[in-house]
Write a protein that binds this ligand. Sequence first.
Ligand code: IPM
Ligand code: MN
Length: 351
Amino acid sequence: MSTPRGHTVAVLAGDGIGPEVVAEARKAAEAAGARFGFGLDWVDYDLGADRYLRTGEALPDAVLEELREVDAILLGAVGRPDVPPGVLERGLLLRLRFELDLYVNFRPVKLYPGVASPLADVKPDDIDLVVVRENTEGVYVGAGGTVHRGGPAEAATETSIETRAGVERCLRFAASKARQRAGRLTLVHKTNVLVHAGDLWQRAAGEVAAETGVALDYAHADAACLYLVNDPGRFDVIVTDNLFGDILTDLGAAIAGGLGTAASANLNPDSSPSLFEPVHGSAPDIAGSGRANPVAAVLSASLLLDHLGEREAAAAVEAGAVAALPGAAGYSTQALGDRIATAVAGGGSPD
Ligand code: IPM
Ligand code: MN
């Protein structure tokens, strides 16, 4: 008899549509667990706007310590108009990325059958790439400040910090992904202007490519935006810094049919726990209306299962979401989640 497997997953459903989409992601993961013989122990945390407004804390230290002990974290979305911008983003999401050293933000850009891309004449196979975004450095470190605030001499700095170790570990992860895929790695930066950080990335990328045998090419960030729109098939694995990666992955989501299917994994490939979240935000305008698309959260749960080593379950959850996609707009969040869970449980289409 095989030993039952179990995984402890912390759930930070968060704000707006976060709780709605996370509920459906959980259903799909549960269905996969039942089918493939493992258990998921969900631990809910009420972090987000409500807790912040009640207590003034975005992420209490004691909660952070608890989160270090789980196997993985599933996050819905954070942010609400009644909390000043940046408070929850920096205090919760970015703090988790930094404190847990989640140095890779892995974001697939994939056009699924039945999803309409705004680009003319693209078929699903034409858009299938992944972006490996460095996730703990760059302008996100928060180094900088303001002097003479509000006066005519006001000045502000926002210093981008890149380290050899940080760049190299991100490149190594990207190269390993490229080796699992078509073996093509594209560094995206802006070496013609950012000569210092660009030089560091370029030298490190050359070395990692030579060591690992992947084919390396390079595109400036502005040109990469152009190519994503007029020739997305040229990319297999893109590796880039934190801010370029942030911007490129919203464009990536757009060409692959929007934020409804864009998933992400904030990874520490060397130790757990990693954090999985849809790329979309809390969308307060549609919260509670049943119109949120749960697929991005479901696909994030698929990445989570894959990271936990549940490869078959991860593939089944992705296949379930893909099977439910054609005509998805006609279903409520919950009805679509039910269709996905049915497909995952049965290993077939939801009909
Ligand atoms: C993302 C988001 C975050 C980022 C925000 C919410 C801080 O846009 O995950 O892409 O800039 O990284
Ligand atoms: Mn973003």
